[in-house]
Ligand binder design. Structure first.
Ligand SMILES: C[S@@+](CC[C@H](N)C(=O)[O-])C[C@H]1O[C@@H](n2cnc3c(N)ncnc32)[C@H](O)[C@@H]1O
Length: 184
């Protein structure tokens, strides 16, 4: 297990970063959609996955932290919740299987092609990533540089893109938010 995931296990074990409410961006853009199938990547204990499941979505959630997935399963056993390290090949993301994909506060450049292929044509992607500081203009392995996220989806219909302060409390670093529709 990677050090990063061990750190997340430890946070969740001690009750840190267990948010009760879904990300406002998810509520804003997915709250009014007709339910379908959704994938929540790096779901954590599942605030967004649970929000969707309660609205009739069939949700698959995946996170590297087994503690997060235990918490998620205890909150909502209807969610197909998997423990997997997204940096390895441990979780095969089904192709064109989802109407909605979420990736909130998780950034892994190598995952972007799989995120794109997971959505059905016309499906919606909601991503929030942390931005690197001004002293790291190329970004870092887990933080994007300005405009990087939007550039990955230049051929998609971008419904929302914003860089700046996080749109919710509990996050200290600047973010990029993207909501984009996969072309038909
Ligand atoms: C900031 S939390 C975000 C949780 C959730 N998306 C939310 O918005 O509340 C980042 C999550 O990424 C997960 N994570 C980090 N590295 C991972 C990896 N390599 N594979 C799978 N999950 C990972 C952590 O366990 C943690 O739950």
């Amino acid at each position: 297990m990677s050090t990063r995931i061990e750190e997340w296990d430890q946070r969740y074990r001690t009750g840190q970063q267990v948010f009760e409410t879904p990300a406002p961006l998810v509520v804003q853009f997915a709250g009014g959609l007709a339910p379908g199938s959704a994938l929540d990547l790096a779901s954590g204990p599942g605030r967004n996955a649970i929000y969707l499941a309660e609205r009739g979505w069939i949700v698959t959630a995946v996170d590297g932290s087994s503690i997060a997935i235990e918490l998620l399963r205890a909150s909502n056993p209807s969610i197909d919740a998997r423990v997997a390290d997204l940096e390895s090949d441990g979780f095969a993301i089904a192709i064109e299987a989802f109407d909605l994909v979420l990736s909130c506060y998780y950034f892994q450049r190598s995952l972007i092609p799989r995120v794109k292929s997971a959505l059905r044509p016309g499906g919606l992607l909601i991503m929030i990533v942390h931005l690197a500081g001004a002293d790291q203009p190329q970004g870092t392995p887990t933080r994007a540089c300005p405009d990087e996220l939007r550039a990955f989806f230049s051929d998609w219909a971008i419904m929302h893109y914003r860089e700046g302060e996080p749109g919710e409390s509990g996050h200290r670093h600047a973010v990029a938010e993207l909501v984009a529709k996969k072309p038909h």
